[in-house]
Design a protein around this ligand. Structure first.
Ligand code: PXL
Length: 250
């Protein structure tokens, strides 16, 4: 099975497409990776961002899909409205099943998107997604609803759910993820106290994509992804270490 990630490059290996590729691999999926931006960062700060041109992003997608019959993709850091629009067009053109991680701000607080990104994600990308995986900050931006508790996350999920199925991730809500696909379902994941949480959002959305690519239904893919991220944090160093039932792990 194969999948594509379209997102940013984090050279520290914690987040972005390196993380996605590790996740796909750990879960038995062949990964391809289209780079939207280069970043200079570590788990504490984002030093700088060097965007790849929209035209070149498009070329990467086209060239890979010309050769490899991919049907499942996830997007991460798309950075600009123009990138969001062009990537959305390609998703539609190639009929890809898409999981959207609407990356806006890094865990350390650095901006990972520019003006107009949120509106473009709502207008172009989410209508073509099978699932969006915002954390509470991203869900606030997408819904316009301030989130301080699970009830607020439910209200935001209803709002975003008008566009596509959504799971508001519960890393900041005691591990209570709010899933909406017509009805609300609260999915609990155990939170692990750890410094190795850089990239957990990337791992989560990539793991869901890997589940879907292997014909596992959406709810089961979500539950599997929760387990995967928990193990990744437990086994992590610096960031998540994406291994799952690894026979040689200590
Ligand atoms: O975790 C969100 C994220 C996604 N993609 C890239 C990132 C980050 C956070 O730092 O750098 C490339």
């Amino acid at each position: 099975m194969m999948a594509m990630t379209i997102g940013g490059y984090d050279p520290s290996g914690g987040a972005g497409i390196l993380n996605d590729i590790k996740t796909f691999h750990a879960l038995g999926v062949y990964g391809t990776a289209v780079i939207t931006v280069l970043t200079a960062q570590n788990s504490r700060r984002v030093e700088d961002i060097e965007p790849v041109s929209t035209n070149f992003i498009q070329k990467q997608i086209e060239t890979v899909l010309e050769d490899i019959p991919i049907k499942f993709a996830k997007t991460g850091m798309l950075y600009s409205s123009e990138n969001v629009r062009v990537v959305s067009e390609k998703i539609v053109e190639h009929d890809l099943n898409l999981v959207v991680d609407p990356v806006m701000v890094a865990g350390c607080g650095s901006l990972l998107s520019v003006e107009g990104y949120t509106e473009s994600v709502k207008k172009y990308l989410l209508p073509n997604a099978v699932l969006a995986t915002p954390n509470i900050n991203e869900a606030e931006m997408l819904s316009g609803i301030k989130i301080d508790c699970v009830d607020d996350a439910v209200a935001a999920a209803f709002e975003i759910g008008k566009i596509c199925d959504v799971i508001v991730t519960g890393g900041h809500l005691n591990g209570e993820n709010v899933f909406f696909n017509g009805t609300i379902k609260i999915i609990n994941d155990e939170l692990i106290e750890s410094v190795n949480t850089h990239g957990t959002g990337c791992s989560y959305s990539a793991a869901i994509t890997a589940g879907l690519a292997q014909d596992i239904d959406l709810l089961q893919s979500i539950k599997m992804a929760g387990e995967f991220v928990k193990e990744s944090v437990i086994n992590g160093e610096w960031g998540t270490l994406n291994q799952f039932h690894n026979p040689i792990s200590k």
